[in-house]
Design a protein around this ligand. Structure first.
Ligand SMILES: [Zn+2]
Length: 117
């Protein structure tokens, strides 16, 4: 079962889920279904290396990087933005969700790990 995309750009963005750059990721949260844009400045695999500073010693809620000078700087590993319309063709995404809820839920389940970081 697979979500039927509205256009090639949407399909491409869905295929980039979890990779560095922009992607579209479905999510079911509190029974609400929504597509999100996720923007990642780093590969997911490199975040663990970048987060080498012990997070329990830091009171800042953000993950941090340490510069060569010793200065600590917060960084963001992922930005998310809920989408109502396809950023490429403008299609209303609720139609895609309603068209095949089972496919949406299955895809959201497959990418649920992307929200646990
Ligand atoms: Zn589209």
């Amino acid at each position: 079962m697979k979500i039927r995309p509205c256009c090639e750009a949407f399909e491409n963005l869905m295929s980039y889920a979890g990779e560095k750059g922009m992607a579209i990721v479905p999510r079911v949260r509190d029974g609400h279904r929504q597509f999100y844009i996720q923007a990642r400045p780093f590969e997911r695999s490199s975040v663990a290396t970048l987060s080498a500073i012990d997070p329990t010693t830091i009171t800042n809620k953000w993950q941090v990087l340490e510069a060569a000078s010793g200065q600590i700087a917060p960084f963001v590993t992922v930005l998310t933005l809920p989408l109502k319309c396809c950023p490429s063709c403008g299609n209303i995404l609720q139609f895609i969700i309603d068209n095949d809820i089972e496919a949406f839920d299955e895809t959201a389940k497959d990418t649920a790990y992307l929200w646990r970081e």
